[in-house]
Design a protein around this ligand. Structure first.
Ligand code: NAP
Length: 313
């Protein structure tokens, strides 16, 4: 079967695009690699999505999923490896070898946590180095941990961890955070967080039992070993866009116009995977609703039934 619209990625943007695409009458399929929810599904608390004063990531995404199911959005679990052009058709290649033919594609593939690349970081992943406080925080109950980074993610996760661990050493390379003001106020009020401003991470310390600490250095190069059983790295995100060859910025984020069109006709992008000044659930769903509406217009034009061409009295 040839589809009208294939959405790649099952986070907030992908689910929203699916709901809009189905309601616009398009034959739609959502393709997801792992599980519905995306990065936000491992977020402890969301307090800035209108309608939900305070909601956990899994709960919010449960509502999204129920809504998608209620409109009949079909989901297939596949790893997309490439998008190719074939005349008016877009061919989606997958790791299983089963191609998917569609008129339009909406890329909502999001992003993954960035790594810093200092010694021990890779080696101790899963044995003390983590990018997810809600997934791994409980392992360090009553023990000291380190958090690295100064954005919304680092500050939020540091606050979350401070409620269960003995102490958080929060390491940031500047003398202030770039996070939202409300989060900064909250982290500053936590009694068991020690801030190491203008510090860089040098090496994860550990043995066969796992992480035992982190070597850091201050702006003058003076080193200090922090005792910690967990090292949580939140230094930004890398987009999941390697499977598509369209115009991107230097970091691989997809460049779109205000209609969410990429440089490939019929291929749209929405949410964290595209170049945007703000990455939130609210912006992902905003992008996605535009992308799905524009995808429907694209299909209508392709089939010669655009509203603009309809005859008037
Ligand atoms: P981010 O905003 O890009 O922050 C990354 C942090 O890591 C920055 O403080 C940066 O330092 C630091 N960093 C980057 N490279 C580093 C290096 N080589 N060494 C040391 N530190 C380094 O990333 P994010 O916090 O993951 O957020 C990603 C996006 O999601 C943002 O748009 C954010 O607003 C959004 N988000 C929103 C929420 C929310 O609740 N509203 C929650 C999570 C994420 P500098 O400051 O010096 O550059």
């Amino acid at each position: 079967m040839t589809l009208d619209c294939v959405i790649i990625g099952g986070g907030p943007g992908g689910i929203c695009a699916g709901i809009y695409a189905i309601r616009a009458g398009m034959k739609t399929l959502l393709v997801e690699k792992l599980g519905i929810g995306g990065q936000i599904a491992v977020s402890d608390l969301i307090e800035n999505y209108p309608g939900f004063a305070s909601v956990s990531g899994p709960e919010l995404m449960g509502h999204f999923q129920n809504h998608a199911e209620s409109v009949g959005l079909e989901v297939r679990y596949e790893d997309v490896t490439a998008i190719e052009m074939d005349g008016d058709m877009r061919i989606i290649r997958t790791a299983s070898g089963e191609d998917i033919k569609t008129k339009t594609v909406i890329i909502c593939s999001g992003a993954k946590p960035k790594r810093l690349g200092f010694p021990g970081e890779e080696e101790f992943v899963g044995r003390g180095v983590s990018n997810c406080a809600t997934c791994d925080g409980a392992f360090y109950r009553g023990k000291p941990v380190v958090v690295i980074g100064g954005g919304d993610t680092a500050v939020k996760e540091s606050i979350y961890l401070s409620r269960m661990v003995e102490k958080v050493y929060h390491v940031h390379r500047r003398d202030r955070f770039r996070a939202e003001k409300v989060l900064i106020d909250r982290i500053m009020a936590r009694p068991n967080i020690e801030f190491l401003w203008k510090h860089t991470s040098k090496e994860v310390l550990g043995d066969e039992g796992g992480v035992t600490g982190l070597k850091v250095a201050d702006e003058n190069g003076a080193e200090r070993d922090l005792e910690a059983h967990g090292v949580f790295v939140f230094v930004g995100i890398d987009p999941n866009t390697g499977f598509v060859e369209c115009q991107k910025d230097g970091q691989g984020f997809i460049i779109t116009n205000e209609k969410m069109e990429t440089s490939i006709p019929g291929v749209f992008a929405a949410g964290d995977c595209r170049v945007t000044p703000l990455r939130q659930v609210a912006t992902a769903v905003g992008d996605a609703s535009i992308a799905a509406t524009m995808a429907e217009e694209y299909v209508s034009a392709l089939e010669g039934r655009s509203y603009e061409n309809a005859s008037k009295a």
